[in-house]
Design a protein around this ligand. Structure first.
Ligand code: NAP
Length: 643
């Protein structure tokens, strides 16, 4: 795996270049921006064509066929120029980059939007989000130490930022390797279901992803390689779990109870960053008799690779994102697969979901300098501008009977329904079962390239929607169909997402227990800090999940930026502790709740892991990506009680 692309000189003839550009696999919107950026010639940016933010869902960013032809013609000239003169030597001014980016984003970029997009573009993997300070800048004589818990995507990132700032830290990881969710989820068919180029650190963009949505092993390698490249491995203590974390007011330190190979120890530090993830505690359904099953069973996140499915009768519970990825692989092997579906998910068609990148696109990545940065920015822009508004309630909208919440929501629903109707045209029985009856966007979409319908059509696959009543030693009993016998049951039943930071016990100021304070309803300011837990920071905490727009890595980058600002504030001002003020925290959460009530997932009462037991949306961020970026730029010292 390589992070620095080696760009090959263009040696193709004019005819070969023309043929390349005619290939439908090339993503056109980032083409001219990358050529203008590489050549330094802004005349490649067409003043007569403009990308339309309302068309981000459409192929080629909604460019008309004529506009696409114009772009191909101009790109040919650009490639010829690059072939002849190579990449520009002179640096490009910020103004010029801004005007190229403004075209690429279909809007005149200004202020924080420009700043954020510039960080996301990160030309040449320039790390624009690195801390602009170092611990040595401050005359703080404490050996200020931070404990990070978890070496997945966000923990690796936090570690790197602390290293860049010269802050002393130790990272505790319960597994024997880095990678978090990508280390633990090894089920067949596992791959990232957002666009892979966006699902990468902004400052560590990879130009040679093999797929649009890479498989688990490729992602695990990426995060492992990042951990190595960042030079943080020596700070990681593997095979070590943290069972409890306790605040000591007198010394303003946290004590961590850690367990390594059966040996318990106490580790003390001034601050803690929890990077334990949200979707890693398997959730098993509460079905009577579940323990009595005498066959074999396992959860998707604890895949049993030793069991041979060949010739077996297999039951799968769940049809969420994980299950829809592994069921086709199970059905290929098992004699009979019975899928127990409680609620169908809306399918989001993505023909390229499992495809390798086409040769023409790979050629762009390897021959046009920084094309991969512009390609990633284009995807980011699409997800940033694209879909969120379609899930927002329009109070004046009159539901025509499809549970839609706005005209835009209805329009998308029509498209998604048409997709289902075409996939199941010959099976009205299946169509009825797989068509959701709830507002589109109330649950997570499941990305699909046709494999789901193909799987459900197979002779050895049954989709059972009859409610499960119980599990017995030999199988599963449903309400009206009775007992069905199985050799194996696979639980694709998701995670205890609402139980943030479990199973750790966190005890803060005055002996307050974090889980008791939350009482099943986790809340935090910016998803990062909670009152009574000074110097304790969460990554992927409450209300930092996104439903449809963007990647969780973006959120982690914002969160880590904010945390490093907090640490800087403490070091700069020699503060023993900072503790978010309850009123700031509460007011913030009121706004989040009001925001979520305006969204599809807040309105609908369909089952979803976005909501906790009390029915509150404890997972999702209801506003734009830009707003989260703006709110996490700086710490407002007035928000905190300090010592
Ligand atoms: P999930 O979305 O929570 O799905 C759990 C499934 O189990 C649902 O279909 C649920 O039905 C069903 N279920 C739960 N209890 C049941 C019961 N008692 N009887 C029958 N069915 C039951 O979990 P997930 O699929 O593991 O996905 C969780 C999240 O992880 C995703 O939304 C996504 O954010 C992330 N994920 C990402 C990727 C990726 O990027 N590669 C892959 C997988 C997951 P109901 O719908 O009725 O509750």
């Amino acid at each position: 795996m390589s992070f620095s692309p080696s760009i090959s000189p263009i040696t193709e003839s004019d005819e070969e270049l023309e043929a390349l550009l005619a290939d439908p696999g090339i993503e056109l919107p980032p083409l001219l921006p990358s050529i203008a950026f590489a050549t330094g010639d802004l005349s490649f940016i067409p003043a007569d064509i403009r990308l339309d933010p309302s068309k981000t869902l459409e192929e080629q960013g909604g460019l008309t066929p004529d506009e696409q032809s114009t772009i191909r013609v101009r790109a040919l000239e650009g490639l010829k120029q690059l072939r002849k003169k190579g990449k520009r030597e002179a640096p490009m001014s910020d103004e010029d980059i801004k005007s190229i980016m403004s075209w690429a984003c279909g809007t005149d970029l200004e202020g924080s939007y420009l700043h954020m997009m510039m960080e996301e573009l990160a030309p040449g993997n320039t790390d624009l989000r690195s801390p602009k300070w170092n611990v040595q800048d401050f005359s703080d004589d404490r050996k200020f130490t931070v404990a990070i818990i978890g070496a997945g995507m966000s923990g690796i990132l936090a570690a790197y930022r602390l290293k860049q700032a010269g802050v002393n830290f130790v990272l505790f990881e319960k597994n024997e390797g880095t990678g978090g969710t990508w280390l633990e989820n090894t089920y067949p068919g596992c791959r990232v279901d957002v666009s892979n180029h966006v699902y990468s650190y902004s400052f560590m963009q990879k130009h040679d992803w093999p797929h649009y949505h890479s498989t688990q092993d490729v992602l695990l390698n990426y995060f492992n390689d990042c951990a190595t490249e960042f030079g943080i491995r020596d700070n990681i203590v593997f095979n070590t779990s943290v069972s409890s974390v306790t605040w000591d007011e007198d010394s303003s330190t946290w004590s961590l109870d850690i367990l390594t190979s059966g040996v318990e120890e106490i580790f003390s530090c001034q601050a803690v960053i929890s990077a334990v993830g949200q979707l890693n505690q398997p959730s098993y359904p509460k079905i009577p008799g579940i323990e009595s099953f005498e066959g074999i069973s396992w959860h998707s996140a604890r895949w049993n690779h030793d069991y041979d499915l060949e010739g077996k009768k297999v039951a799968v519970l769940g049809t969420g994102c994980s299950a829809v990825q592994f069921i086709p692989r199970v059905a290929e092997q098992a004699e009979q697969t019975t899928i127990f579906q409680r609620t169908p998910n809306w399918l989001m068609p993505r023909p390229q979901y499992q495809q390798s990148l086409p040769e023409s696109l790979i050629w762009c990545f390897t021959h046009i300098p920084n094309y991969h940065n512009w390609f990633r920015l284009h995807l980011f822009w699409r997800s940033h501008e694209g879909l969120l508004s379609r899930l927002e309630i329009d109070e004046s909208w009159e539901d025509p009977g499809d549970s839609s919440i706005s005209a835009a929501n209805h329009e998308l629903g029509v498209l998604l329904r048409m997709y289902l109707e075409s996939e199941f045209a010959d099976r009205p029985d299946l169509l009825e079962k797989v068509t959701p009856k709830y507002t589109m966007g109330a649950k997570r979409f499941v990305i699909d390239d046709g494999l789901w319908a193909k799987t459900l059509h197979a002779d050895n696959v049954e989709l059972c929607t009859d409610p499960i009543v119980s599990i017995s030693p030999s199988g599963i009993t449903t309400d009206s169909e009775g007992l069905k016998d199985f050799d194996a049951i696979i639980y694709g039943t998701g995670f205890k997402a609402a139980d943030f930071l479990t199973p750790m016990t966190i005890t803060g100021r005055n002996g307050v227990n974090l889980h008791e304070q939350w009482n099943g309803d986790a809340r935090a300011y910016l998803g990062i800090v909670a009152p009574n837990f000074p110097n304790f920071f969460f990554l992927y905490g409450p209300n930092t999940n996104i439903v449809i727009n963007g990647s969780i890595i973006y959120f982690s980058e914002c969160e880590v930026h904010y945390i490093t600002q907090c640490l800087k504030h403490m070091l700069e001002n020699q503060l023993a502790s900072i503790d978010i003020k309850p009123d700031v925290h509460d007011k913030y959460n009121e706004r989040i709740d009001a925001g979520n009530r305006r969204m599809a997932w807040g309105l609908s009462d369909v089952n979803s892991w976005y909501k906790n037991a009390s029915g509150r949306t404890a997972q999702n961020w209801p506003f734009s990506l830009l707003e989260y970026w703006e709110q996490t730029r700086e710490i407002n010292s007035d928000d905190y009680n300090v010592i």
